[in-house]
Design a protein. Structure first.
Length: 255
């Protein structure tokens, strides 16, 4: 009888050990199920924030591009108007030089006054600086300016920097638009990466969920280990991805 009892006790010991391992495994699975579920929710949330930033940046980029194009068109119109003003001034300068050559002082003064009136109404200060014109010039000074100052008869539009200055404002806005667009594309890429992390976590949840269908303990442990490795890989990969621009967790709670 005592031998039978000892035999039963010996058989019960491996069963208890196995049961103890199964209990520990179930606890581990339960813990990782909860942690993975939370990590999945976190990755989904951060991915959606990246998606929101992407939409915001794309919209801002489009608005800036529209504004930049409008400024570019406005600059082109200003350039054409100033070129027309310069063409008129240049024509009157030719008349002054020709009249000076033939000694026709009346013609010289007539064209000098034409230049004065045109410049008063149409010449910009920037162009006046380039051609060395003073808005306070009288007719005599205008004639002297035309005859003696080389800058007076040199087209300001021969200066590439001056022509480009018309478009500086538009170019700055368009450059900002491209920079914002690049940020939006980066947010899109990061959002897609967080979605990939979510997929990895979903696979982990699936594997942890089917562990109970395996009867043999070694098989269950193998699936659990693979799931844990997948979870660690997804978590490490997730933390290599930058958070959305301006992200502050406390800000969602008024902090």
């Amino acid at each position: 009888m005592s031998e039978e009892i000892k035999s039963v006790e010996k058989n019960e010991e491996p069963a208890k050990q196995r049961r103890s391992k199964e209990d520990i495994l179930e606890i581990i699975i339960a813990i990782f199920l909860g942690i993975t579920a939370l990590a999945t929710a976190w990755a989904s949330w951060i991915g959606s924030l990246h998606g929101g930033n992407m939409s915001t940046n794309y919209t801002k980029s489009n608005n800036l591009a529209a504004d930049g194009n409008a400024r570019w068109n406005e600059a082109s119109q200003s350039l054409m108007q100033d070129m027309q003003v310069w063409n008129m001034i240049s024509d009157y300068q030719v008349e002054i030089l020709y009249a000076s050559g033939i000694g026709d002082s009346d013609k010289m003064y007539e064209n000098a006054y034409k230049i004065k009136f045109i410049c008063a109404d149409n010449l910009t200060q920037e162009m006046a600086d380039i051609i060395a014109y003073d808005f306070n010039y009288d007719a005599d000074q205008i004639i002297t300016w035309v005859e003696e100052d080389e800058r007076a008869t040199t087209s300001p539009f021969a200066d590439e920097d001056y022509v480009n200055s018309y478009y500086e404002d538009a170019q700055a806005v368009l450059a900002e638009s491209e920079a914002v667009l690049a940020e939006g594309q980066q947010d899109n890429t990061r959002g897609d990466t967080f979605n990939l992390v979510t997929v990895i976590y979903s696979v982990v949840l699936f594997m942890l969920g089917i562990v109970g269908t395996f009867r043999r303990l070694p098989n269950r442990m193998l699936i659990t280990c693979v799931a844990i490795v997948g979870f660690l890989f997804g978590t490490i990969y997730m933390f290599t991805i930058p958070f959305p621009t301006g992200f502050n967790f406390l800000s969602f709670f008024g902090g």
